[in-house]
Design a protein around this ligand. Structure first.
Ligand code: AMP
Length: 220
């Protein structure tokens, strides 16, 4: 089963993907997390990606598509992708790569959220520099200011969550990622979920969509 979560930065893709991958036994593949990990470890890939990630631009398609294909195991094709594909080119090459493995995208869930809410969520988002736990100063602040509830690490703002970079990332989303929604809708695999509201409620809505898809597939 190959499921893709699409949504603006801050729509909750990462948080939802963590919950849902566990629930459905899928491997969670987040291209943003991979880049941040490679950057922290100062690998060649991390060095290549750093300038793009920090300025809110997309890393070039060839780097991303190769990286994703290299991390997929055709023998166990159960993936929940978050943050990939991010534009039409990536979607087309991904479909080709999947077809060469005898696979196809099963379901694309679009987490939709008004832009004003996106900006509010992103600029108030904070992450643990050590374990990656995500907080929000407005809705889910750490118990002790600046300190991670889970591991005690420093809670910081991501370089690309500043107001200026958020504006750039939203433009990128509108120009490059939104056309993906139309593409997958035309393919008949897209389902839209309202991502406003509490995290658990959104998880329930996405789970209902996945359950519906599984039930349909069983009938066929
Ligand atoms: P995210 O955590 O998904 O918001 O991704 C953070 C940053 O990583 C993005 O702003 C891009 O610079 C880069 N990135 C993540 N996924 C992709 C992708 N599929 N294509 C290109 N760049 C990506």
């Amino acid at each position: 089963m190959i499921i893709i979560l699409v949504g603006a930065p801050g729509s909750g893709k990462g948080t939802q993907a963590k919950q849902l991958s566990e629930r459905y036994g899928l491997a969670h593949l987040s291209t943003g997390d991979i880049f941040r990990g490679e950057m922290a470890a100062k690998t060649a890939l991390g060095e290549k990606a750093a300038a793009y990630v920090k300025s809110g631009q997309l890393v070039p398609d060839n780097i991303v598509t190769e990286m994703v294909a290299g991390r997929m195991d055709p023998a166990s094709p159960k993936y929940l992708l978050d943050g990939f594909p991010r534009n039409l080119e990536q979607a087309h090459s991904f479909s080709k790569d999947l077809a060469s493995m005898g696979l196809a995208v099963d379901l694309v869930v679009y987490l939709s959220l008004p832009e004003a809410e996106v900006v509010k969520r992103l600029t108030s988002r904070r992450v643990c520099a050590k374990c990656g736990e995500v907080f929000n100063l407005l809705s889910m602040p750490p118990k002790a200011p600046g300190k991670c509830d889970k591991c005690g690490g420093a809670v910081v703002q991501r370089d690309d969550d500043t107001q200026a970079t958020v504006t750039r990332r939203l433009l990128v989303f509108r120009d490059l990622t939104e056309p993906l929604v139309a593409y997958y809708r035309a393919e008949g695999v897209l389902r839209q979920v309202d991502a406003a509201g509490a995290m658990d409620d959104v998880t329930k809505k996405v789970a209902a969509v996945i359950d519906g898809h599984l039930a349909e597939t069983k009938k066929k």
